[in-house]
Design a protein around this ligand. Sequence first.
Ligand code: CS2
Ligand code: MN
Length: 361
Amino acid sequence: MKMSFRWYGEGNDEVSLPFIKQIPGVEGIVWSLHDMPAGEVWSEERILAEKELIEKQGFHIDVVESVNVHEDIKLGLLSRDKYIDNYIETLKRLAKVGVKVVCYNFMPVFDWTRTELYKEMEDGSNALFFEKSKISDIEPIDLIEKLSKNVSVTMPGWEPERLSQLKETFKKYEGFTAEDLWENLQYFLERVIPVCEEHDIKMGIHPDDPAFPIFGLPRIIINKENIVRFLNLVDSPYNGLSLCTGSLGSSDNDIPDIIDEVHDRIHFIHIRNVKRFDNGDFIESSHRACDGSVDIIKVIQTLHKHDYQGYVRPDHGRHIWGEEKWARPGYGLYDRALGIMYILGAWDNLQAQKNGEQVAI
Ligand code: CS2
Ligand code: MN
């Protein structure tokens, strides 16, 4: 596996590239142009400037997360073709500078959703929390307003231009079903994947987070059955997954079993743990298997069994050692760095066993 780390860009991330450099094992930066509105073509100058900045620190730029999909594409509006053309142009420009994988999602309206960004834990750390009952009694707009009061940065999926149109966007989704979303996803893939094949750039869809419908909006990338259906929409290695153990772990998915089934279509993995409660709540925990509901060790063993050669990054981390004062929710430095050491510790141990076995033969 190739270890990487998500970075939000100069002036947009309190964690610096030189600090990331000090985490053992990180080879690449997972990057994006976070201020680009969904649907616009990314400028070549900006892409090149980002590439230069990241490569100067000795990291590769192989993975972009995300190139956001315009809402009209998800809704299947007439205007979608123009936005798909723009998406394709951005993909070509990224392929030209050597990007290998693009992580994206196809969730209506929101990216990931939580009800608290700074839930205090007994040990003094804090973490992203989802309280199911809170989602049922609150309007989405009120939830976002409440959450964004304490955050000074723009969270993925909460870009100002998207939020300002939240009410209208919700209206457009009235009566919209999961089957409509499947159809529109297929339409998108049928146009985009042939270009990916030609330009050698792979698409990896990110599972929906949480992995169940919220606010009456459909969510489809949520379990094994749907992931298999998704991969068959366009049966090409370029139509793949960014498997996220935390997102799929928000409901009762057997993630090692999913990896067994679709490992050859996984291009990128987010590894993190979540602890689920019986009432449907969940909290993001440390990466350690015994701290959450996802058996992270088994996930790593399964990847190793299939000789996973793709990209990986720790996903969200808790805020620890006081970093909630400066780091963006889910994306502090310390817990993600600890997560990397846990993942690499497990991986190196499996490698050592494998090498030992080979020597013994
Ligand atoms: C990420 C997602 O922070 C996160 O939870 O895993 O925001 C992810 O970047 C997007 O869904 C991919 O488009
Ligand atoms: Mn993720």
